[in-house]
Design a binder for this molecule. Structure first.
Ligand code: AMP
Length: 431
């Protein structure tokens, strides 16, 4: 499809797209928009970076603007994280600039009262994370009986985060007759089961090969002892003169520590994770987007769905235990057809995760030594995931024994339940 004009979208929407500088619909948009306009349910496998947000937002705007206004929300978009919700709203605001539609986000970690007030003032489109939406519904502040269209965005991630029960509670409040759109980076068995539960004869759209990593992202990896990864990262940032890079760590504490380490090496950095307040997360993200900060150190959940145009570089400081997370991480770069680089630092203990990533993506990722960082701990045989997990568990228990009783990790429980949900999500061994 050559142009947006070929899609049956209203002139006000085309005008907004023109203003954004979009010329051609992306493949997911070309496939999804006509089907959604026809009223079909959709089951779409599309990674972030494919333009999927506009793929569902544009037809929803079109449909809503053709109906008489209502007091209660008519479109509900459920997303796993606050950042993603905020980003979707930003997209909606752009695309609906020339329409009279009201939209808002509802997510946790911020005061609920303004959200209740906004809902009471009348709303067309609600973008929400599951936990806060359940709270709003239970407080009877949010009525969902007029929802025409339900979007489950990044559904695979929502399952991983343990949101299925909240989603079921929400769906119970919706009218039986409605349109359902499910977007997921991967089409796992679990996703197909959820699709069977919520969708009716959906049109299946697969624009990218299942679990394929973004084509435009060049991937490389360096063998590196865990203890010297900080130095290695600093060397990479300095030698490649990187001006904007997202670095992924496995834990929130690790993210804080690494960010401080970078700052002490004169590399501006901030950390973004679930223990930070929403204000701090938003600030860190906007400073990074405005190029005031060179390095954003992030955990997987916090970085989910972050959309930064032209982000050229992503570093996996630690590899995720869950190989799909790798695909999501490197999808932060190489977006909308641009080129990007993803570098991973792999310690001996991470070799099984590295192998799992290669298996999932079907890619052989070149694994080299970084100048001056040849690892001292590299066994002839790669340890198995089970062995690594066992050692990690033993270390954890030892650390627990050494801690004075009553102290919990030295941190407050996460505001969005990040740690809890991560722990209760599917483990590596069950894959
Ligand atoms: P998404 O996959 O929805 O997160 O979108 C990825 C990026 O592509 C966002 O920055 C969008 O603004 C951009 N984008 C979406 N659709 C188009 C399009 N048709 N042409 C150019 N850029 C687009």
């Amino acid at each position: 499809m050559k142009s947006f004009d070929q899609l049956a979208l209203k002139p006000e929407i085309l005008q907004a797209l023109k203003k954004k500088g979009y010329e051609t619909p992306s493949p997911i948009q070309a496939a999804a928009i006509p089907a959604i306009l026809e009223g079909k349910d959709i089951l779409a496998a599309a990674q972030t970076g494919t333009g999927k947000t506009a793929g569902f937002v544009l037809p929803i705007l079109n449909q809503l603007s053709e109906q008489p206004p209502q007091r209660f929300p008519r479109a509900l978009i459920i997303t796993p994280t606050r950042e993603l919700a905020a980003q979707i709203l930003e997209n909606i605001k752009h695309y609906s600039e020339f329409l009279e539609l009201k939209s808002m986000t509802a997510f946790g970690g911020v005061n609920i009262r303004p959200q209740i007030k906004a809902l009471a003032s009348g709303m067309d489109i609600l973008v929400a994370t599951p936990g806060r939406l359940v709270d709003l519904v239970e407080q009877q502040a949010c009525k969902l009986h007029q929802i025409d269209t339900l979007v489950l965005d990044e559904a695979d991630r929502m399952l991983d985060m343990g949101f299925i029960r909240d989603i079921r509670k929400i769906v119970k409040q919706l009218p039986k007759k409605r349109q359902n759109l499910l977007f997921s980076a991967t089409f796992s068995k679990d996703i197909r089961r959820v699709a069977e539960e919520f969708l009716q004869q959906p049109k299946v759209i697969e624009v990218a090969v299942q679990n394929a990593t973004a084509d435009k992202v060049s991937q490389k990896a360096y063998r590196c002892d865990q203890a010297v990864k900080g130095e290695a990262l600093i060397q990479i940032i300095n030698e490649e003169n990187l001006s904007q890079v997202i670095v992924f760590t496995k834990t929130k504490h690790g993210a804080n520590r690494l960010s401080k380490r970078l700052v002490s090496a004169n590399i501006s950095s901030s950390a973004i994770h679930g223990n930070k307040s929403q204000g701090a997360r938003t600030r860190a993200l906007s400073e990074f987007k405005e190029n005031k900060v060179r390095v954003l150190v992030a955990t997987d959940i916090a970085a989910r769905g972050i959309d930064i145009a032209d982000l050229p570089y992503v570093v996996n400081y630690e590899l995720p235990n869950v190989p799909e997370d790798y695909v999501h991480r490197i999808g932060r770069t190489g977006r909308a057809g641009r080129e990007g680089t993803a570098v991973s630092l792999v310690s001996n203990d991470e070799r099984p995760f590295f192998q799992a990533i290669e298996k999932l993506t079907g890619n052989k990722i070149p694994l080299d030594d970084l100048d001056g960082f040849t690892p001292t701990q590299w066994t002839d045989r790669a340890p198995t995931a089970k062995e690594v997990m066992k050692v990690a568990e033993r270390r954890k228990q030892e650390a627990r024994k050494q801690r004075p009783s009553g102290s919990r990790n030295g941190s407050s429980p996460s505001q969005n339940g990040e740690q809890h949900r991560r722990n209760s999500s599917r483990s590596y061994n069950r894959r």
